[in-house]
Design a protein around this ligand. Structure first.
Ligand SMILES: Nc1ncnc2c1ncn2[C@@H]1O[C@H](COP(=O)(O)OP(=O)(O)O)[C@@H](O)[C@H]1O
Ligand SMILES: CC(=O)OP(=O)(O)O
Ligand SMILES: [Mg+2]
Length: 394
């Protein structure tokens, strides 16, 4: 038996299949993604099984998502190496106040999740569409929602409160934090490898969305994302932390909600500053001043927030880099580590250059006061683990 993990985004659906052995979730036997799910798009499915990557273009019809699910269903049926699926684990970005841990989805749960759509407009509606579609396509299989917010559910009160009137906090306007499936994976991986992982740990998830998490004794103590996935670091297309006065200024000039939402979620970050691309690889390859400026700002914001996280922890014993940029971009890691030299960080340049996202690599130089790791994250595996634990408990 196995668990199918799903991460449904705006235009892509990532999936992985994790066998269960004596109740324990194993690394994925198959990983894949389907791109081109935006309205009018042509779904394109790529998957890797037994080290071999294959591709299939799916006939779109009117509903790209339905076509994608059909494609996935026939793929699972056709591939003899794929074990039977027992449940589907969905990454859901926002659990709000209602969900502090994973939950089996029914109509009532779906309704509660839908009410959180506006808190994560780039993610939540697609996560929910994904659950609905899988419920219809795989009737009878338990669908389990696994939350990005769950890892931060026990954030200290002071770290979760905004300096706003109490009534708003009580209504749920507070810091939730995200990328929790990734942080849980990174934390678990570190705890298996380093005694320091129990200490003061700074984790950096730097992908399209980016955030930092400060943990102590394996638990989240502070994180840069907040009420929504807009706060904190600069991202591919999101601004990160922004003086709220800018919003008041734009509203005074007539900007409405939808225009502001598009600005903050889709037109800012690396894309907005470079005027070129949200993709770090493209910016690295491009020599223009604007691209350099975007990368410099991204780096600066990581360094600045890392300082804040270090202060919250009272020092740092270990730093872990993850996410597409954190795993692959050795230059970014080198620049961040150089700027954090004041806290005793010393990078081993050669080992840093060797870390390109395929393996767990330790990259600190001998004598560094801080351990440095690159950990390729696996959100799908954590979701599968959460789903397996929930099934076992029932
Ligand atoms: N070799 C690389 N060098 C620099 N950046 C990279 C490299 N590979 C991937 N990235 C960057 O990682 C980012 C995507 O991160 P990822 O975690 O895969 O995204 P998502 O949040 O969609 O899962 C993009 O900015 C991409 O350019
Ligand atoms: C929460 C979030 O930003 O997720 P992603 O990195 O997948 O965009
Ligand atoms: Mg991501």
């Amino acid at each position: 038996m196995a668990i199918l993990s799903v991460n449904a985004g705006s235009s892509t659906l990532k999936f992985s299949i994790h066998p269960l052995q004596d109740g324990a979730v194993q690394p994925a036997v198959m990983t894949g993604n389907i791109q081109g799910l935006e309205p009018g798009g042509t779904p394109d499915m790529r998957w890797t099984l037994d080290g071999r990557t294959q591709q299939r273009t799916l006939s779109a019809g009117s509903d790209a998502f339905a076509a994608a699910l059909d494609g996935l269903r026939s793929l699972l049926a056709a591939e003899a190496a794929v074990p039977d699926i027992e449940a589907v684990a969905h990454r859901v970005v926002h659990g709000g106040r209602s969900f502090r841990s994973s939950v089996q989805v029914d109509d009532e749960v779906l309704a509660k999740l839908e009410r959180l759509n506006s808190l994560a407009p780039l993610h939540q509606p697609h996560n929910i569409d994904g659950i609905r579609a899988f419920r219809a396509a795989f009737p009878g299989l338990p669908q389990i929602a696994c939350f990005d917010t769950a890892f931060h559910a026990d954030l200290p009160e002071v770290a979760s409160r905004f300096a706003l009137p109490r009534a708003l906090h009580d209504e749920g306007v507070r810091r939730y934090g995200f990328h929790g499936l990734s942080y849980q994976y990174i934390m678990g991986t570190l705890l298996d490898r380093s005694p320091r992982a129990r200490g003061r740990v700074l984790m950096a998830h730097l992908g399209n969305g980016a955030s930092l998490c400060a943990a102590h004794e394996g638990r989240s103590q502070a994180t840069t994302m907040g009420f929504s996935a807009l706060d904190g670091l600069m991202m591919g297309t999101r601004s990160g932390t922004l003086d709220a006065g800018v919003l008041l200024y734009l509203m005074e000039r007539g900007w409405n909600h939808d225009r502001l939402q598009t600005l903050l979620y889709k037109q800012s970050g690396l894309l907005g500053v470079s005027g070129l691309s949200a993709d770090m690889r493209r910016l690295r390859a491009d020599g223009s001043d604007a691209a350099q400026e975007a990368i410099a700002l991204f780096t600066y914001r990581v360094v600045r927030e890392a300082g804040a996280m270090a202060a919250c922890l009272g020092g740092v014993d270990l730093i872990a880099f993850s996410g597409g940029i954190g795993e692959h971009d050795a230059a970014l890691r080198a620049d961040v580590c150089a700027a954090l030299g004041w806290m005793g960080v010393q990078l081993d340049e050669a080992r840093n250059a060797q870390a390109v996202g395929d393996d767990i690599v330790r990259i600190d130089a001998e004598g560094s006061a801080v351990e440095l790791w690159v950990i390729p994250t696996d959100e799908g595996r954590v979701a599968a683990q959460a789903a397996a634990a929930l099934l076992a408990a029932h």
